[in-house]
Structures are given as C-alpha cells and as structure tokens.
Design a protein around this ligand. Sequence first.
Ligand SMILES: C[S@@+](CC[C@H](N)C(=O)[O-])C[C@H]1O[C@@H](n2cnc3c(N)ncnc32)[C@H](O)[C@@H]1O
Length: 149
Amino acid sequence: MKSKGLNAVLALALITPLLAQAENYTFNFGAMDRLPYMAPKLVTPEKRALGKTPTDVWWQTIVPTNSREKTGYPTQKPLAILERIIKVHTNPGDTVLDPFAGSGTTGEAAAKHRRGFVLIDESEEAIRVMERRLGITSAVATAPLNAAS
Ligand SMILES: C[S@@+](CC[C@H](N)C(=O)[O-])C[C@H]1O[C@@H](n2cnc3c(N)ncnc32)[C@H](O)[C@@H]1O
C-alpha cells in the first residue's frame, strides 16, 4: 500500500505541471475556501474579514474516529479536502472521475456541490462502503484483465 501511495504522489507531481500549462482548465478562484491569517493585525480589516487563500501545504485533521463522516474504510480522506479541490477545479454539472475512489469521498463531495461522479476501485470492500455511503448501486466488473477472451 505504501508504494502505491508513493506512486500516486509521483503521478500527481508529474501531471500537475502539465495541467497548469493546459489551455482548457477550471480555476474558480472565488470558490476557494479562505483561512484565518497567521498575523491578522498585519493586514487590512477587509483582508482579515475575507481570510487568506490556502498555500502549497494544506493542514487538515484526519477524519475523527467518532465522527459521522467516518466510514471505517482504512484510507478514507477528509471530505473538506475533496470539497476544496472540486469547488475550485470543476463547475456545477461537470463529472468528476476518481479511479482510486476508496470510501467514495470524491463522490460525496461531487454530489454535495452538484457535480456528477464516476468512481472506480479494485477493492470489493471499497465498493460496498461507497454503495452504503452514497446510496447507490454500482456497476461492478469482476473479470480479471488477463482473462482469456
Ligand atoms: C488512498 S485509497 C483512496 C481513498 C479515498 N480517497 C477515500 O477518501 O476513501 C486508494 C484506493 O485505490 C484503490 N486501488 C489501488 N490500486 C488500484 C487499481 N489498480 N485499480 C483500482 N483501484 C485501485 C485501493 O483499493 C484504495 O481503495
């Protein structure tokens, strides 16, 4: 699992600069959630009221053990992170694809902000968790990729 996680980080690091150069991308600056300034007395009251945009390093607590958000899926990510990404980088009515969907956090964030979603995961446990969490029935392909045709 560790090496898969590392691969995902590497893939993101490789893809991100390419996406930044693409002509057709979505960046809804105004939809970004704002954070309190570390030194609020050093900025104008207007800036203080608005808050600052997130920087490259995002601070977010893990999903608390006893929260309603918790699904029990071992690698579940906090909903707030996916909401931030989806609000800024997609528009209402868009469809979001998550091919490593786990507990379906991407789907919940997408639905909450009126986006569609396509969720994929190789784990049957993940599929069960997503069905329960999102109230959907999945289309499941179970044939191995190297099955004889
Ligand atoms: C870090 S977890 C995703 C967690 C998710 N963001 C959430 O909030 O629950 C990565 C997921 O990728 C799935 N996965 C790994 N390799 C895969 C593959 N080749 N095809 C489909 N799913 C895969 C794992 O089963 C795991 O659920």
